[in-house]
Design a protein around this ligand. Sequence first.
Ligand code: CA
Length: 459
Amino acid sequence: MPYPVDETHDPKLESWIESANDPNSDFPIQNLPFVMFDDDTSSHPYVGVAIGDKVLNLHILDEQDFFGRENWEKIDFISSDLNGVAASDSTTRREIRSRLQGVLKAGGDDALRSARWANSALRNLADVRLCDPVLVRDYTDFYASIYHATNVGSMFRPDNPLLPNYKHIPIGYHGRASSIVPSGTPVRRPVGQQAPAEEGGTPGFGPCKMLDYEMEMGAIIARGNELGEPISMADAEDRILGVCILNDWSARDIQKWEYQPLGPFLAKSFASTVSPYIVTMEALAPFRCPAFERDAKDPRPLPYMDSEHNRAHGGIEITLEVYLASQQMRDKGMAPVRLSRGNFRDMYWTFAQMVAHHTVNGCNLQPGDLLGSGTVSGTTRESRGSLLELTWDGDPFANPPVLVPGTQRTPIKLPTGEERKFLQDGDEVIMKAYCEREGFRRIGFGECRGIITPARVVQ
Ligand code: CA
């Protein structure tokens, strides 16, 4: 088993940093997610880990020879991204986790707590700027929720919602890496050609009228593979550094017009937002669960995407929540309203299967690459991970599923009395994710935020 549950997950562990012991903190000592951060005084970002309401600067620790790492691979903690950490081997990363826990835990090694430089190494998260965590050279977005695929398929192809390949291969497309932005970056409403109102009609052009989000989780690739050398299922999880929240903003009217025959293009490439915290695979170990239990009539995955470990532990139980705050709500000081709550365990394909499938043809992954899971939706209306699905009245599980897109949508009512079928300018979308399990400390992924700003139309 690549990521065992061990003493670093002991729920009794507490930190001398009090805020980390708050049961509602996303970042207890059992978590220790990687971040990149800087502030007005630094000329470059640093690698850090979040603990309670603080961030610990790993570069300063390293300068103090804190890791005592004669036997380690050299990792550059003063960098512009986490790609160096990602490229290190999993043994080194496990040792970093263990060493950091040792100096952060209450009653543990006092070396950090008593150091005269402790204050400069430990900063308040509120006082620093969290940057893009990794330099993403390539971004692939999958479509791994069978419920999302069925919902969307039902709108576009009511008689044939799931295409015949769906249960055989994790469907994906090559996304745009240059427009991946960190949480908090404003998102400009895209402009483009839109599907005609009627079949055979002329397409529209202008600011997107059906702007949407997609609640996804993203896997950050650790060590890559050589071109021509596929990654086996046995090795697949070792090649993942950790997981973040991903908002795959989507322009539905642009998407509907362009997606055939080659898949999404400008409907997706205007922005994709990632959360700044990379929750490591080590931290996620207590929250693993079996892969999706396939219907007896469904095809088995081919051997290159199958393993006993994956069947028993390939899934991850992560609760995902999406919130919305309109400009009016923020002006009135109202709290964001929750739109959905789903769980990552509902995915039809696991991250390991995505890695194995992505590389089976010899395609090379590189440290820092981002694999989006696809929108996470479940069986209930509450668990639908996009507005496209949430405001849709059709029942994908009816036979045949009912309704076509754009008609008879039920708007979501906001506490101000405003209504939403899709996003308006000024709307802020806030995504949260966390793991909970009896007998373990809750850990969280922080937040992934973005506010929609008005379109800029070229003539
Ligand atoms: Ca997507």
